[in-house]
Design a binder for this molecule. Structure first.
Ligand SMILES: [Zn+2]
Length: 184
């Protein structure tokens, strides 16, 4: 998905998280966009250079014009960062390390789950990378223009609002004790 949609989904997961976790929306949003850091620092600069842009940063069309990117180590790192094996080995083990860790770990997972349906064909995710099974998604969010991105942002902002409403009734144990303390 586009970075804005990932951001809002992450913030929604932060909204679900217990309120005593400080900056829970920012943590959710930050970890939901984190997997694409491999895109920003590896794939796009290399592909932009390959495509001969003055500013070496790729646009979507460059992926179509340069399918050789699929074999390049920069793209392989991106695939690895978007797989369940990477997530299980390097993200999930932190679950008990910090109060906010489960939120961060689930937000990271949300990125992979959202990117699975939104990349098709040879540009599909390889969810068990380095095992070369390509998941053929349903649509290509990475080819989206501003209109599609805007529609997605609006849709997921509505979802955020629904989650926020639901949270009035959905209270974690730790939040109950906070409420009781404030009565004292
Ligand atoms: Zn991604």
């Amino acid at each position: 998905m586009d970075v804005f949609t990932h951001f809002i989904i992450g913030a929604s997961i932060g909204e679900i998280a217990p309120k005593d976790i400080k900056n829970r929306h920012a943590i959710g949003a930050g970890f939901a966009i984190l997997p694409d850091i491999t895109n920003v620092i590896f794939v796009h600069p290399y592909l932009g250079w390959l495509a001969g842009h003055t500013i070496p940063f790729a646009v979507s069309q460059d992926f179509i014009n340069h399918p050789e990117i699929l074999q390049h180590w920069t793209y392989q790192i991106w695939l690895f960062s978007h797989g369940f094996i990477f997530w299980s080995l390097f993200v999930l083990p932190f679950w008990n390390k910090h109060r906010a860790a489960p939120l961060a770990i689930i937000a990271y997972l949300s990125h992979i789950l959202m990117d699975l349906p939104s990349h098709t064909g040879v540009y599909g995710l390889q969810p068990f990378f380095p095992f070369p099974f390509i998941f053929d998604g349903w649509f290509d969010a990475w080819l989206w223009g501003p209109i599609e991105i805007l529609l997605s942002v609006v849709a997921f902002t509505i979802l955020f609002a629904i989650v926020r409403q639901t949270r009035i009734y959905w209270v974690w144990e730790s939040e109950k004790s906070i409420e009781q303390e404030s009565f004292v």
